[in-house]
Design a protein around this ligand. Structure first.
Ligand code: DGJ
Length: 765
């Protein structure tokens, strides 16, 4: 927790490490007048990529970031700098490979490289590892050429003798300085070879011994738990071997200096992979104490057969740097996702308030029941009605029906049209649940095409939730999935798909292709999944899609390019959600984070919470309602109507604003509080939660962040109470330094208030 006015001091270890970094920086920044003379100064805003042909140094600048690497005398791409933006006139010395260490660490290991293949005595993590048909496995890449195209840079490398070409792509985002990197491996040899490991990039950090790694771990119903640990000598591997992203680790990392306790201060290097299949991020501190982060396809069970003339592009690996602490890292990522990743970026539409039938009806959906719920949902201001699982084939429980995507004749004798028309007539858009990559063995589809799933012949086919995974890598299966969904969308006025995915892979065989090509499934499946999403969006431009995977098992910067929102967890308990949402927003914007208000006591852990508390918990993301409205009292409807109206008045601030974590709900904290400052700074919203008060301790004073200290702000309570002495109006300096007392006591209490910035004339001097 950050108390008003406090700034943590540095420990002796931190000072020592600061000195070491400064020394490293000084070495890397030896003055070299030729650089400034080579090309015009980079602008202070926007993005610039420059190459100095005299020193063979590439420099990328954007927002608050400078990134630099050079071609050294060995032809390797040597990392030179990644951190806070340097002055335009600062020059970076040419790259020189570092000496080896005794006879055990050759220079290829001691020299920090941008992208290095396994060969020539490499012991650190390689970015690329190949096996050739003649048994050779040695690959040594050297710089060949480059091309700069606006804010993109392409650097081509080639093996010292073989016709293996690799093109590295760099793109720097002008607004945030976030870099996107990938590698394309091209086979110009006379035969095939197998790619056993292919990473997008290696990111090298300044040498240091006081780094702290944060990452996200979890499990079904307990996703998004923030972990932190010192970066030690050796490797930490974050990964999914599951064929899909997974909730056990999410492909995101952040590294800062140990002991930096102000969430909005201090240098942070962070990154995330854009890949929804098996992935890997390796954080390694080597024997020379260099720290590198590399990532891409997971090399476990990997083996991509690349035929001659073919190429393979790795996933994108995004990374950024900020001096504004872990909170600043999140805010930069949020801004980047909204501005560059989401469909319709840089202006993706705000999320409508949604109702979903799952927790109310389970599989027991039918026309009359859904219409009754839709009428009630519309009466409280819901804008989108989603019919969840159970509407198709013989789907009365999770044992049957997946794969048979036509309306159940018993439940919907007239098809979906009467329901959809009614929902539209009520002024809401209509959404439908699908799980297109799955099949129940008890389905017409499986009886007809038992070979369409992932399997090894003559081996068991392990089921998860009584279902098997369709092999989307097969072109015929891919086309069937696309055509089925396309027809469903052509025949029905569906505005939104909730695209679910409720198990991981097992027995990932693809027996219809030659054995040495079977492992291509790890790439081809995901590429086809993306292509279906892309083609559906192209054919149905108004369609919106949610990525759901039994909760938050498929959330990453890859799928977010094709989906408008994501489902973070099946755990909808409003108190548990505080922790889940806290972790989620480390990496992903609250603007895509669906959060439903569901029944109390919660199915998850039988906790009872007031409707107000449940709403305030969900209002910190994209608000939805998932409760059984048939059980609500008139008072519940009145409360919900009021709070949904309130949400609409703060929605843009929450979904597009800057998030500050005032108190985190972690480590058994009795309180938590978040603050969202709207994109134009006019509105600020604060949510405060109390787990339980004890021994009469008052709620800690909340010192706000990110306000204009000279502007005047007027406070209004949305729910709960502020201390009686709270001024109605005060300067940003007051709210940030003096702080605000929220009057909360008891168990599971919550409050929310807004600050509206006054117009210019009332600014204080
Ligand atoms: C898992 C999802 O996370 C739930 O919201 C719901 O859609 C069920 N699947 C339906 O089977």
């Amino acid at each position: 927790m950050q108390l008003c006015g406090s700034r943590p001091g540095k420990s002796i270890y931190q000072w020592a490490s600061t000195f070491m970094v400064a020394a490293w920086c000084a070495l890397a920044l030896l003055p070299r007048p030729a650089f400034a003379a080579q090309a015009p100064e980079p602008p202070s805003a926007g993005a610039a990529i420059r190459y100095d042909s005299a020193t063979r140094v590439f420099r990328l600048d954007a927002a608050g970031v400078t990134y630099a690497f050079g071609v050294n005398e060995a032809g390797e791409l040597q990392s030179l700098y990644w951190g806070a933006r340097l002055a335009a006139g600062d020059s970076l010395a040419a790259a020189h490979s570092r000496p080896g260490w005794a006879s055990f660490e050759p220079p290829v290991d001691t020299t920090p490289q941008e992208f290095v293949a396994w060969g020539g005595g490499l012991y650190v993590e390689p970015d690329l590892k190949l096996t050739f048909p003649d048994g050779n496995r040695d690959l040594v890449l050297r710089y060949v050429s480059h091309r700069i195209d606006g804010n993109r840079l392409f650097v081509t490398m080639k093996d010292i003798s073989l016709e293996v070409w690799v093109t590295l792509e760099y793109q720097i985002d002008p607004e945030t300085g976030v870099l996107r990197r990938s590698a394309t491996i091209e086979n110009r040899t006379a035969g095939p070879f197998t790619i056993e490991q292919a990473f997008a990039a290696t990111w090298n950090l300044p040498r240091g011994t006081d780094y702290r790694l944060r990452y996200l771990a979890g499990r079904w119903a307990g996703e998004w738990q923030v972990q932190q640990q010192p970066v030690h000598p050796g490797k930490t591997v974050l990964e999914s071997r599951r064929g899909t992203t997974g909730a056990q680790n999410n492909p995101w990392f952040a590294i800062d200096r140990e002991g930096e306790n102000d969430p909005d201060h201090g240098g942070v290097w962070f990154g995330a992979l854009g890949w929804s299949g098996s992935w890997e991020i390796t954080v390694e501190q080597d024997q020379m104490r260099d720290v590198r982060v590399s990532g891409g396809f997971n090399n476990f069970d990997f083996g991509y057969l690349l035929q001659k003339g073919q190429s393979l592009r790795t996933p994108d690996f995004y990374a950024g740097y900020t001096q504004d602490g872990i909170g600043g890292a999140s805010r930069l990522l949020h801004q980047f996702e909204i501005g560059s990743i989401l469909p319709h970026a840089p202006t993706p539409p705000l999320r409508p308030v949604l109702y979903d039938s799952w927790e109310a009806t389970g599989f027991g959906v039918d026309e009359a029941g859904q219409i009754a719920l839709a009428e009630k949902a519309a009466s409280i201001g819901v804008e989108r009605f989603v019919m969840d699982d159970g509407w198709f084939g013989e789907r009365n429980n999770d044992h049957a029906g997946l794969g048979d995507w036509y309306p159940s004749p018993q439940k919907f004798p007239h098809g979906l049209r009467p329901l959809i028309d009614k929902v539209h007539a009520l002024g809401m858009s209509f959404g439908l649940w699908v799980e297109p990559e799955m099949v129940n063995p008890d389905s017409e589809l499986y009886r007809e095409h038992p070979d369409w799933v992932l399997y090894f012949p003559n081996r068991p086919r392990s089921e998860g939730r009584n279902q098997l995974v369709l092999n989307l890598a097969r072109p015929d299966v891919r086309d069937w999935v696309f055509n089925t969904l396309n027809n469903l969308l052509n025949q029905n006025a569906i505005d939104f798909l909730k695209w679910d995915y409720n198990r991981n892979w097992s027995e990932p065989g693809w027996p219809q292709v030659p054995p040495d090509q079977e492992k291509n499934v790890y790439v081809d499946f995901i590429r086809n999944y993306y292509s279906i999403l892309a083609e559906l969006r192209e054919k149905h431009p108004k369609l919106e899609i949610e990525s759901c995977s039994g909760g938050g098992s498929r959330v990453d910067l890859g799928v977010m390019r094709y989906t408008d929102e994501v489902w973070p967890s099946d755990n909808t308990d409003a108190y548990d959600r505080l922790l889940i949402q806290n972790g989620f927003t480390y990496a992903y914007t609250p603007g895509v984070m669906m959060a439903w208000v569901t029944d109390s006591p919660s199915w998850a852990n039988h906790r009872s919470l007031s409707l107000e508390y449940r709403f305030l918990s969900s209002m910190q993301g994209a608000l939805g309602v998932g409760a059984n409205l048939n059980r609500w009292t008139p008072e519940d409807f009145a409360t919900a109507k009021k709070m949904i109206a309130q949400y609409k008045s703060i929605r843009e601030t929450v979904q597009r604003g800057r998030l500050y974590r005032l108190i985190q709900p972690t480590e058994g904290s009795e309180q938590s509080a978040t603050e969202y400052v709207g994109p134009d700074g006019r509105q600020t919203v604060v949510f405060a939660f109390l787990h339980s008060s004890s021994e009469l301790y008052p709620y800690p004073r909340l010192c706000l962040r990110g306000l204009d200290r000279n502007a005047m702000y007027r406070v209004s309570v949305m729910d709960g109470r502020l201390d009686a002495g709270t001024p109605r109006e005060a300067s940003g300096a007051w709210w940030m330094n003096h702080g605000i007392d929220v009057d909360l006591s008891g168990d599971f209490q919550a409050a929310a208030f807004t600050l509206e910035r006054e117009t210019a004339p009332s600014r204080v001097p």
